[in-house]
Design a protein around this ligand. Structure first.
Ligand SMILES: [Zn+2]
Length: 409
């Protein structure tokens, strides 16, 4: 078989000290062997770690980069929703496309090769954000697989016209549907309707859920119930779930088993959760980050993701998923090298499982989607925020960074 590219001396996660060559042909991985003999363009990776690309399971491209038109004075969830609700009336398709493009390009050069973005749909913004991101998805397919999740940020049953717009977006090709019961006047009613739409269009579901620190009630109970009733296990994810940071370990174990049994996955958004939770506290501020690594022990699929970039929900962000893995490990005070390494799973293999990505992973026959990190193993990648040096999407190089060079006197 004629090869297009050969990557020499790669290290794979979980296989320390065993360098391999990765051969690429026709956009796919043709071989992974200790030594591949071939006459084709080759790159010596010098014993660096190769991963199958980062998977961003939860980001809002449509409302990124709007800090210049919003206030973030109180740093509360209510303020952030209200500020964006006002700003988005002025969103045009071109404006959304331009800001989303800048954010998407950042993610690509940080090594993200698959992404699920949310897009708000309601009578204020109509389908303008949805249409902009659909164009972006097509324009950047050479670098990233972009999945578009439409959702009602400001509620649905309280917001006439929203459900019709969501259905119109699904008819026009939305990849999945999201929900946000905490802003709805009838949270369980919204959950029911979102499941109805998902079943009608055969779509996965991704809820924003249980985004506060009051552990006395949770919408995840209703989501688990509906997931089981509709046999939608493996197709439902919930994001934030910061309430899980406010419960004692025994109850967390119970909920972990419940989520695993129902087939409901969890996404933790460390940057936003740290920024918005506990804003009423002036000292001993709670962190508000759900302990995903504890849920994984019960068999729950869990990912870490970026959520918001440069807006009132999170006025920070460079779209680096290695940064999210490092932030999470730091906040959770992980100490064992294996626990730190597992944070990398939550932005790669676990994240790919949450999104039900077919053909993800470094294996012969899979698409040649991969990135090269400037390190030797998963623990160093997370601990030292190792930077991706180059990325390949379906066999074609999609970005590169130069290795830093010191210039001593
Ligand atoms: Zn979100």
């Amino acid at each position: 078989m004629p090869l297009d590219l050969l990557l020499r001396r790669a290290l794979l996660a979980g296989q320390p000290g065993r360098e391999v060559d990765i051969a690429i042909s026709d956009g796919r991985i043709a071989a992974i062997e200790p030594h591949v003999a071939a006459e084709c363009p080759a790159e010596d990776l010098g014993g660096r770690l190769v991963l199958p690309g980062f998977v961003e399971t939860h980001i809002h491209l449509d409302k990124s980069c709007i800090l210049d038109r919003c206030r973030a004075e109180h740093g509360t969830l209510e303020e952030a929703i209200a500020q964006v609700a006002a700003a988005k009336r002025a969103f045009t398709e071109e404006d959304v496309y331009d800001r989303a493009r800048r954010t998407l390009e950042k993610a690509i050069v940080q090594g993200t090769t698959s992404m699920r973005t949310h897009a708000e749909v309601d009578p204020r913004v109509g389908l303008r954000s949805f249409d902009a991101i659909r164009r972006l998805k097509a324009d950047y397919a050479w670098a990233i697989d972009l999945e578009l999740c439409v959702f009602p940020q400001e509620g649905m049953l309280n917001d006439p016209g929203t459900e019709e717009l969501l259905i119109e977006a699904c008819e026009k090709g939305a990849d999945l549907i999201g929900g946000c019961p905490y802003t709805d006047s009838d949270p369980n009613g919204q959950i029911e309707r979102i499941f109805d739409i998902a079943q009608r269009f055969d779509l996965d579901i991704d809820f924003h859920l249980d985004f506060d620190l009051d552990p006395t009630w949770m919408h995840l109970d209703e989501v688990c119930r509906q997931t089981a009733r509709r046999r939608w296990g493996g197709r439902v994810a919930i994001g934030h779930v910061t309430k899980l940071s406010a419960i004692e370990p025994g109850r967390l174990d119970q909920i972990g088993r419940r989520l695993a049994d129902a087939g409901v996955a969890v996404t933790v958004l460390p940057a936003t959760d740290l920024f918005l939770m506990g804003s009423g506290h002036h000292h001993s501020v709670p962190r508000g980050v759900a302990p995903a690594h504890r849920l994984i022990e019960h068999g729950v699929t869990c990912s870490l993701a970026t959520n918001n970039v440069l807006n009132p929900f999170t006025p920070f962000g460079d779209c680096s998923l290695i940064r999210m893995a490092n932030l999470y490990a730091n906040v959770m005070r992980l100490r064992r090298t294996a626990d730190i390494a597992h944070c990398l799973d939550m932005v790669t293999t676990q994240a790919a499982r949450l999104m039900n990505l077919p053909d993800y992973g470094l294996a012969v026959g899979n698409p040649a989607d991969l990135i090269v990190l400037d390190c030797q193993n998963a623990t160093s990648a997370v601990a030292e925020l190792s930077q991706p040096l180059l990325g390949i999407k379906r066999g074609r190089q999609s970005f590169s960074h130069a290795v830093p060079i010191l210039h001593p006197p």
